[in-house]
Design a protein around this ligand. Structure first.
Ligand code: SIN
Length: 292
């Protein structure tokens, strides 16, 4: 297995490994360490059906079954389909997944370690792949915060709400998202998360507060909370934290959901097909021990 860093604020390519085959312990450890160090890992040239993707993802933690998701690979409720494709008048997948800066599962008490996506179909126009996934480095964002802000927010928590991102997407023109049912809402009540947390692989502090789900800083007057959130979100936008991944079919992309925030770019038309399989890996293991 060969790990090549992108030389950018995030990202590495991992080659000479076939993810459809069992992953030996030394390679598992190498991938976990690389995930902590580089945040976004690209494994080009893979061939993974839904079962193989789920098997690879499950090495790292339990796989989430999304409460609002009706687009799953047959026989694999843990493998979600993200796609703009329509067959016989029916959408094949969730067409607008992740189109806004966020961190998956920050709205859940049990947070996620990683997303793992497999690119089945990537839109290309004039030779350029479309539908990039963009990232921001939250280790670096924490380190770059002014000391005064670090002090002010140390030990603080923020409330994260699943409905914030869902309702934002629903409000977009042409959205196919139905309102969340009371049962779906009840399964995902708002939760509090530390604004700064220790990353379980690197042992370093990250800024864990994203514009997709964070709605307020707990225990602060509304106005102060709103101002601070705005400040944190604006800080994350600095170019030195930014990384964009350009897709190719057959790639597996695994990213750290604790040390990054991400955004899916919808720069392709309905007739330009995009089809991704995705699993979400919950942070259910002792990663410090596993990576040691
Ligand atoms: C996501 O937020 O998991 C979707 C990312 C993408 O489809 O590029």
């Amino acid at each position: 297995m060969r790990v090549t860093a992108s030389g950018k604020p995030l990202g590495a390519t991992i080659e000479d490994i076939d993810l459809s085959q069992p992953v030996p312990e030394a390679q598992f450890k190498g991938i976990l360490r690389a995930l902590g160090a580089f945040g976004v890992l690209c494994f080009p040239g893979q061939r993974l059906d839904a079962g193989a993707l789920a098997r690879f993802g499950a090495l790292f933690g339990e796989l989430e079954i999304n409460v609002a998701n009706r687009f799953q690979e047959p026989g694999h409720p843990e493998v979600m389909i993200l796609s703009n494709m329509i067959r016989e008048g029916q959408p094949l997948g969730l067409g607008d997944a992740g189109q806004g800066w966020h961190t998956d599962m920050s709205y859940s008490k049990q947070i996620a370690l990683a997303n793992v996506l497999y690119a089945v179909k990537v839109p290309v126009r004039d030779g350029r792949p479309l539908g990039d996934t963009q990232f921001r480095n939250m280790h670096a964002a924490y380190e770059g915060l002014p000391a005064e802000l670090k002090r002010r927010l140390a030990g603080r928590t923020a409330t994260h709400d699943f409905a914030k991102f869902w309702d934002m997407m629903r409000a977009r023109p042409g959205s196919q998202r139905a309102p969340l049912s009371p049962a779906q809402r009840a399964k995902k009540p708002p939760v509090s998360q530390p604004v700064f947390r220790i990353h379980p692989i690197t042992g370093r502090t990250v800024l864990y507060c994203n514009p997709g789900y964070a709605v307020r800083i707990d225990g602060m007057p509304e106005r102060e909370s709103a101002e601070l959130l705005e400040l944190l979100f604006a800080h994350q936008e600095k170019p030195e934290y930014f990384y964009a991944h350009q897709w190719a079919e057959g790639q597996v992309l695994m990213w750290d959901n604790i040390g990054t925030v991400h955004n899916a770019v919808p720069d392709y038309h309905p007739e330009e097909s995009r089809y991704m399989r995705r699993v979400q890996v919950m942070a259910t293991k002792d990663y410090a021990r596993l990576a040691a």
